[in-house]
Design a protein around this ligand. Structure first.
Ligand SMILES: Nc1ncnc2c1ncn2[C@@H]1O[C@H](COP(=O)(O)OP(=O)(O)OP(=O)(O)O)[C@@H](O)[C@H]1O
Length: 249
């Protein structure tokens, strides 16, 4: 981990609250949640199903607008920034590894990896895109569209897209959820590469073995941050998760 002297804290979210508007009225899901992630730090978000993990990720990424609190991403206040500045921030400084927020179906791996730059009117040199796809083990799949790839390969294209832009922050929601052990391990190795290059990672996971790879685990229960754990083993994380699950059943 690097300390903040080199630049702004990649992610500082303070006092976030969020309620989903529904026909039956607002459903409060996050209550006064704060989470900071430093450069080169990997933070896992865990908690029982429905505790608000994905909602926290969306609010912290500025994809959902929190109703109270503040979010600063790489020095930009996302709740007050213009849409134009937010688009540039997402393109240049933020990466997303979401299962349902991934690749453009009609484009090849090569085109998907080059896409964020093209939104900005630039083109990544072909060799740079090919090199990063090579690095994630997809050197033979440059021309393949997502439907021609396995789940693990698609996640790796998404990670290649993040790697190519050296983002300040990457948000990942269950990046290994649907993968077999080997593909999951490859994906986690690539996340570790991002962390090693100084990217801050905030990752939702249900898997204690995945959370054990993070520097820190923050625990959500019923929309509130109830605990934090650093350097826990997979066994101790699994035990904590089970005790929180007991608290809701
Ligand atoms: N679009 C929505 N409209 C209304 N309620 C929602 C919406 N999305 C999520 N919720 C509710 O908000 C709560 C938190 O959801 P969220 O997906 O953030 O939890 P989670 O901890 O990520 O759950 P899981 O582990 O099951 O994925 C749940 O009770 C869910 O039903």
């Amino acid at each position: 981990m690097t300390d903040g002297a080199a630049g702004p804290t990649p992610l500082a979210a303070e006092g976030l609250s969020y309620a989903y508007p529904t026909r039956a009225g607002d459903v409060p899901v996050l209550r006064d949640v704060s989470v900071n992630v430093a450069a080169g730090e990997w933070v896992a978000v865990m908690g029982p199903s429905g505790s608000g993990k994905s909602t926290l990720l969306l609010c912290a990424a500025g994809l959902l607008r929190a109703q109270t609190g503040s979010v600063t991403l790489d020095g930009t206040d996302v709740l007050t920034a213009s849409e134009k500045d937010l688009t540039a921030l997402r393109r240049d400084r933020v990466g997303f590894i979401f299962q349902e927020f991934n690749l453009v179906p009609a484009l090849s791996s090569e085109q998907n990896v080059g896409l964020p730059a093209r939104f900005g009117g630039e083109r990544r040199p072909k060799q740079e895109v090919a090199a990063v796809l090579e690095r994630v083990g997809l050197g033979q799949k440059l021309g393949s569209r997502p439907e021609q790839l396995s789940g693990g390969q698609r996640q790796r294209v998404a990670i290649a897209r993040a790697l190519v832009s050296s983002p300040a922050v990457v948000f990942a929601d269950e990046p290994t959820g649907s993968l077999d052990a080997r593909s999951g391990e490859q994906v986690l190795g690539l996340v570790q590469d991002l962390v090693d290059q100084g990217t801050a990672v905030l990752m939702v996971t249900h898997d204690p073995r995945v959370a054990a790879r993070a520097h820190r685990v923050v625990w959500l229960l019923d929309g509130q941050l109830v605990d934090e754990m650093a350097g826990g083993s997979a066994e101790s994380i699994a035990a904590r998760l089970a005790s929180l699950e007991d608290a809701v059943s």
